[in-house]
Design a binder for this molecule. Structure first.
Ligand SMILES: C[S@@+](CC[C@H](N)C(=O)[O-])C[C@H]1O[C@@H](n2cnc3c(N)ncnc32)[C@H](O)[C@@H]1O
Length: 352
């Protein structure tokens, strides 16, 4: 783990209202847990600069978040006045990060993601090709290359990479359900295979792949440094590593930290049922990864860059996400918005 002052980097100076809201929500989680889900659904979607499903009434993000937090404080305060029965929540999905047992973390992480991949329809999976094309720094990054997708989940990017011209793609994940879905959806694609494995101890020899791709995985392991060194180890010298990690700072990442902490008090199954009732589109269930994943580390660009340099890679380039919901896109669109999105997201192209 990195030694930065956690969650303190360019965070908004005045966090008091956000803190107040989350303190109230904690109380509400005992009386009316389904209302916490409703509130966080609204809060979370408003933290982005773009919502493809529900139009924002206030388009300026700073103003929108500020007004929303005030209104939600009122709403939650009122809800706390409403009578409730003595709800006994099913504790099967509660998780206390203090009991950090590696096997338990693995199982829980797999159990969070598996059902989310199941909800992805074929069309959502195919969107991955478009998303990737928009984000790729080099047009032919995968052309005729052997590629590892480290932490492939349901395999949407493994398939997209193969479709973007890779010679051979191997997807690795330790989540059984994700692998099952990946195999069911793409198992028949030639030169695309899936294997069970841990990204902290990849089951491959040194210098095995031309390109290593890892999208949103290493920050969910217990050891970011080990994860990075494994990606570098299995990449051939002169090959490329495409790395995506969560970054830090701003209201956005601070709120993700608070949501992740709070939602440990509300069972996964209740959120799943409630979001179904409000008819949230299937591909948006990925909201729940932040709410339930046991480990979500937020890294600074500087820490990751410095560590990669220690691994003797020859080049690290930063790239900016170009899709509408990429935080980098939002940071560029709205001036002085570091207060909201902090450092945005980490997208590095690394040359070994
Ligand atoms: C946010 S998902 C990203 C999945 C995929 N890369 C994508 O973008 O669709 C994170 C994935 O990392 C996997 N994962 C987390 N820690 C892992 C580890 N130590 N070894 C292998 N897979 C891991 C989870 O099971 C999950 O499928």
């Amino acid at each position: 783990m990195f030694k930065t002052k956690k969650y303190n980097y360019i965070y908004p100076k005045d966090k008091s209202n956000i803190k107040r809201l989350f303190n109230l929500l904690e109380k509400l989680s005992i009386k009316h847990p389904y209302l916490v889900i409703l509130v966080l659904h609204e809060y979370y979607r408003c933290l982005y600069s773009y919502d493809p499903y529900i139009k924002f009434k206030i388009s300026n993000p700073s103003k929108r978040i500020d007004v929303l937090v005030h209104k939600l404080i009122d709403f939650v305060s009122l809800s706390l006045e409403m009578g409730s029965y003595n709800i006994k929540l099913n504790k099967s999905f509660f998780f206390d990060n203090k009991d950090k047992n590696l096997e338990e973390i693995k199982k829980r992480t797999g159990n969070v993601y598996g059902p989310l991949w199941k909800r992805f329809k074929k069309i959502n999976n195919l969107e991955a090709i478009k998303l990737l094309k928009n984000r790729l720094p080099i047009k032919d990054l995968f052309k005729n290359k052997s590629v590892l997708d480290a932490g492939c989940g349901g395999g949407r990017y493994s398939y997209a990479i193969r479709k973007l011209g890779a010679k051979k793609v191997m997807g690795v994940d330790y989540g059984d359900l994700g692998l099952k879905i990946a195999r069911a959806n793409y198992g028949k694609t030639k030169n695309l295979s899936f294997k069970k494995g841990n990204v902290l101890n990849l089951p491959f020899k040194n210098n095995s792949f031309d390109v290593v791709f890892s999208n949103g995985v290493i920050h969910h392991t217990t050891n970011v440094k080990k994860g990075l060194s494994e990606l570098v180890r299995v990449c051939k010298t002169g090959g490329n590593i495409w790395l995506y990690l969560y970054s830090t700072g701003g209201i956005f990442w601070y709120s993700r930290y608070l949501m992740n902490k709070l939602m440990k008090k509300i069972p996964y199954s209740l959120s799943q049922q409630f979001l179904k009732i409000i008819k949230m589109p299937d591909n948006r269930f990925i909201f729940m990864d932040n709410w339930y994943v046991p480990i979500e580390e937020h890294c600074s660009h500087k820490d990751v860059y410095t560590y990669l340099k220690k691994l003797n890679v020859s080049k690290v380039e930063k790239f900016v996400g170009k899709n509408k919901f990429d935080l980098d896109y939002s940071l560029k669109k709205y001036k002085n918005s570091k207060n909201i999105w902090g450092e945005g997201e980490i997208r590095f192209l690394i040359r070994k």
